[in-house]
Design a protein around this ligand. Sequence first.
Ligand code: ATP
Length: 198
Amino acid sequence: MTKIIGLTGGIGSGKTTIANYLHSLGLQIYIADEEARKLMQTPEILTYIKNTFGATVFVNGKLAREKLAKIVFNEPKQLKKLNSIIHPAVKTHFKEWLSQNTAAEFIFYEAAILFESGNYKNCDYIITVTAPIETRIARVIARDKTDREEVLRRINAQWTDEERIAKSDFAIENCDLKIAKDQIDEILKILRIKQKHR
Ligand code: ATP
């Protein structure tokens, strides 16, 4: 039976970079954050967003994600509201996607807020990607052209590395990418042995 491996880590830890490596090995990945972004463009969710956060988060009729992000990352209550519609939508979409990928040995489920959303409960194993806070901040500032304060706000809206690691089966440190890839290779070996001897 297909095993679901959660792949998580804080903002800027390098989850997507690791997911790309897994993809290059021919493994199947469901990128929950990307699917959530797509689902946010569905009429039902757009209407909810307009009714909940107001027309100011729309520019020329299109959802302005940065405006919405500013609101939700500054107010935990607002983030909770947004998540209350996004999380169930992603959950349903993943179930459908999974039903079409049942032949895979492993499915990697990449999500920044795997624990916060409660979706970790559907995973057989969980890998947390870590990196020192200052490294993460520098990466996100360079990638998103944002500022330190904004990155810190996002980091503070997520679980800490310690909290994630405590609930994970594996943790890797993604500083030197080559070393991180070697750690992933080792985890894959362990997962395959576990599959073989179930
Ligand atoms: P988010 O939660 O914001 O989606 P993420 O955890 O998926 O972030 P990535 O997008 O993979 O992180 O990486 C953040 C940035 O850091 C990217 O620009 C990526 O190219 C870079 N990066 C990732 N891993 C490394 C590494 N080992 N060495 C140098 N740069 C890296």
